[in-house]
Design a binder for this molecule. Structure first.
Ligand code: KIV
Length: 284
C-alpha cells in the first residue's frame, strides 16, 4: 500500500482553518492499527479505554503506563504512517514534573507515539506547558474525563449549565494557552461543543459532542461492535457488527470440529503413498 505523507500538528491546525474534519479512532494492537490506517484515519489514539474494551476492566483506572507503552508499540508497528497519540494513564502526570516527563519519555521513546493525551482543564495546564516545552505535542481532554469518574459520579453529559459551560471554556483556553494542539471534548451538548470550537484556535475532537467539533473520535470496539453485546450508547454509531460475525464464525468452527467435518480435504496434508504403506504395516 502507498505510504501517506505524515500528518503533523501544523497540518492538523490547517485542517481546522480550512474546515476539513479530522477523523480519529482508537486502536490498541497491530491488526486494528493497520486496518485503521488502510481505512484512511488521520490520527490513531491509543486510549486508556484499552482498560474497558481490551483488558476487561470496568473503568480506565487500572490501566498502567506499561500497558499503554506495550500497546502503543504494537499500534505504531501496524500504522507507521499515521499520527499516533498515546494516553497518559491515571495518576501518571499528577506527581512531580520529573515523574511526568519520565512517563512521557516512555510513551515517545519506547512506544513510538508522536503526541500524548491527558485529561483535565486549567489544573493540568502547567503540566501541559512543561511537556510542550520539552518538544512533545499534547492533546487535552475535557468534558467527561473518565479518569475522574468517581469524582464526577458516573458517565453523564457535562456542561449543561451556563456556569459549567464557562468553566469548560476557561479550561479549554488554559490548555490552548499552555500549548496543547488539540482537545478531546467528551460527552457535552452539541451547542456547547460548537461554542467552545468557535472560541478556540486549536482543534476540538468530539466524542458524544455533536457534529460541530473540528474532528471526531470513536473507540474502535464501539464503532465496529467488536466485543460482547453491550448497552447501546446514544453517541455511538456502529458501522459494522464484528462481534456477531466473530461469534457466528467461531460457532461454525465449533460445530464442524464436533461433527469432524473440519479439517476437510482442502485443509489437509498428505504424504507419499510408499511412506503410507510403510507406516501402515506393508513394510515391504
Ligand atoms: O481512552 C480513550 O479512548 C479516549 C477517547 C474516548 C477519547 O480518551
Amino acid at each position: 500500500m502507498e505510504q501517506r505523507k505524515p500528518l503533523t500538528t501544523a497540518k492538523i491546525k490547517k485542517m481546522k482553518m480550512d474546515g476539513v474534519p479530522l477523523a480519529v479512532v482508537t486502536a490498541y494492537d497491530y491488526p486494528s492499527a493497520r486496518l485503521a490506517e488502510e481505512a484512511g484515519v488521520d490520527v490513531i489514539l491509543v486510549g486508556d479505554s484499552l482498560g474497558n474494551v481490551v483488558l476487561g476492566y470496568d473503568s480506565t483506572l487500572p490501566v498502567t503506563l506499561d500497558d499503554i507503552v506495550y500497546h502503543t508499540r504494537a499500534v505504531v508497528r501496524g500504522a507507521g504512517s499515521t499520527f499516533v497519540v498515546a494516553d497518559l494513564p491515571f495518576l501518571t502526570y499528577h506527581g512531580s514534573i520529573d515523574s511526568t516527563m519520565r512517563a512521557v519519555a516512555r510513551l515517545m521513546q519506547e512506544g513510538g507515539a508522536k503526541a500524548v493525551k491527558l485529561e483535565g482543564g486549567a489544573e493540568v495546564a502547567p503540566v501541559v506547558e512543561a511537556i510542550v516545552k520539552a518538544g512533545v505535542p499534547v492533546v487535552g481532554h475535557i468534558g467527561l474525563t473518565p479518569q475522574s469518574v468517581h469524582q464526577i459520579g458516573g458517565y453523564r453529559v457535562q456542561g449543561r449549565s451556563s456556569e459549567q459551560a464557562e468553566k469548560l471554556l476557561a479550561d479549554a483556553k488554559a490548555l490552548e494557552q499552555a500549548g496543547a494542539f488539540a482537545i478531546v471534548v467528551e460527552l457535552v451538548t452539541d451547542e456547547l461543543a460548537e461554542w467552545l470550537t468557535k472560541q478556540l484556535s486549536i482543534t476540538t475532537i468530539g466524542i458524544g459532542a455533536g457534529a460541530t467539533c473540528d474532528g471526531q473520535v470513536l473507540v474502535f470496539h464501539d464503532l465496529l461492535q467488536y466485543g460482547p453485546e453491550s448497552v447501546p450508547r446514544k453517541f455511538v454509531k456502529t458501522y459494522a457488527n464484528l462481534g456477531e460475525t466473530i461469534r457466528t464464525g467461531i460457532g461454525e468452527y465449533v460445530k464442524e470440529v464436533k461433527a469432524r467435518s473440519f479439517p476437510g480435504p482442502d485443509h489437509t496434508f498428505h504424504m507419499d503413498n510408499d511412506v503410507v504403506q510403510y507406516l501402515y504395516g506393508d513394510k515391504g
